[in-house]
Design a protein around this ligand. Structure first.
Ligand code: COA
Length: 254
C-alpha cells in the first residue's frame, strides 16, 4: 500500500491503493510514518518525492476505517504522520494527479515543493463530515490567505482546482502533461545536484523555529477536537451517509 525505493539519492514514495483512490488505512499511516522518518535520517537520501498511484493522490482517511477502527486518542496514526511530516528536515516534493482529499490535501501544506496536474482537485471536507481541520491547516491556511478566504475553503469544503490551488499559493506549478510526476522528478534531480546541508539549513530557516513549534501545537489541539468530534453524532451521520452514498442530514446534530 506504501511502495518506496531509493534511486540516485531520491527516496520515491508511492501511495499505492488505487482501487480506493489511495485512501489511508491505519497500516498505511504507520508504514508512511516509518518510511518518512527512516528516509529523513538516512544519509543516502537527499530528497523525498511522494505521489499516488492510479491517477489519484489520496482520498484521505479511509471512511470505513474511521468507523471500524476509530481514532481514540490524540496519539493516533494520522496525527503521528502529520507530526513527522511537519518535522522533516529533508526536502519533500509532492506530485499530485487527481484527487487530494482530507489528510491527502493537508499533507500538501508540509511539502516544500508541490506540482499538480491540471485536473487535480484539492478538497478539505472536514466540516462537511462533522469534523474539524487537521494537519495545522487551520493555522497555515489563514496565514497564507487571511481569515475570510480560509473560512470559505474550510467551512464549505468545496473542491479547488489545480489553478485555484496555484492562486491560493500552496502549489508551485500547474502541469499540463498527463501526469505531474515527470516534472516533479526533474525538480528532485536538480536538487540532488546541490549541497544537501545548504538545502536542509535553508528549509529549516524557511520553516522557522517558532512556527514549527506553533504548527506542532496546532496539530495537537486540532487532533483533540478531531477525535472528540469523530465520536459525536454529526460525524457518525456523515460517515454513514458516505458509505450509503447519500447526503448527510445534520438537522438537530451538533
Ligand atoms: N475511504 C474509503 N473509500 C473511499 C474513499 C475513502 N476516503 N474515497 C474513495 N473511496 C472509494 C469509493 O467508495 C469507491 O469505492 P467503490 O468502487 O468500491 O465504490 C472508490 O474509492 C472510487 O471512488 P469514487 O467515489 O468512485 O471516485 P470519484 O472520482 O467519483 O470521487 C472522491 C473521488 C475522493 C472525491 C470521493 O470518493 C470522495 O469524496 N471520497 C471521500 C473522501 C473523504 O471524505 N475522505 C475523508 C477525509 S477526512
Amino acid at each position: 500500500m506504501i511502495s518506496h525505493h531509493l534511486a540516485d539519492s531520491i527516496l520515491k514514495i508511492l501511495l499505492n491503493r488505487p482501487e480506493k483512490k489511495n485512501a489511508f488505512t491505519v497500516s498505511m499511516y504507520q508504514e508512511l510514518t516509518k518510511v518518512l522518518s527512516e528516509g529523513d535520517q538516512n544519509p543516502e537520501v537527499k530528497v523525498i518525492l511522494i505521489s499516488g498511484a492510479g491517477n489519484a493522490f489520496s482520498a484521505g482517511n479511509d471512511i470505513a476505517d474511521f468507523m471500524n477502527s476509530p481514532i481514540t486518542h490524540e496519539d493516533a496514526p494520522p496525527i503521528n504522520l502529520l507530526k513527522i511530516l511537519a518535522g522533516l528536515t529533508k526536502p519533500l516534493i509532492a506530485a499530485v494527479d487527481g484527487v487530494a482529499v482530507g489528510i491527502g490535501a493537508t499533507m500538501i501544506f508540509h511539502c516544500d515543493l508541490v506540482y499538480a496536474q491540471k485536473d487535480a482537485r484539492f478538497i478539505f471536507p472536514f466540516v462537511s463530515l462533522g469534523l474539524v481541520p487537521e494537519g495545522a491547516i487551520s493555522l497555515l491556511l489563514p496565514r497564507l490567505i487571511g481569515h475570510q478566504r480560509a473560512s470559505e475553503i474550510l467551512l464549505f469544503g468545496e473542491a479547488l482546482s489545480a489553478e485555484d490551488a496555484h492562486q491560493v499559493g500552496f502549489i508551485n506549478k500547474v502541469i499540463l502533461e498527463p501526469s505531474a510526476l515527470p516534472y516533479a522528478e526533474q525538480r528532485a534531480k536538480k536538487l540532488t545536484a546541490l549541497s544537501s546541508g545548504s538545502i536542509m539549513n535553508t528549509k529549516s530557516l524557511l520553516k522557522g523555529i517558532a512556527l514549527k513549534k506553533e504548527v506542532l501545537h496546532q496539530i495537537e489541539v486540532e487532533g483533540k477536537l478531531f477525535v472528540d468530534r469523530l465520536h459525536g453524532p454529526a460525524a457518525k451521520e456523515a460517515l454513514i451517509a458516505f458509505l450509503e452514498k447519500r447526503t448527510p442530514n445534520f438537522e438537530g446534530l451538533e
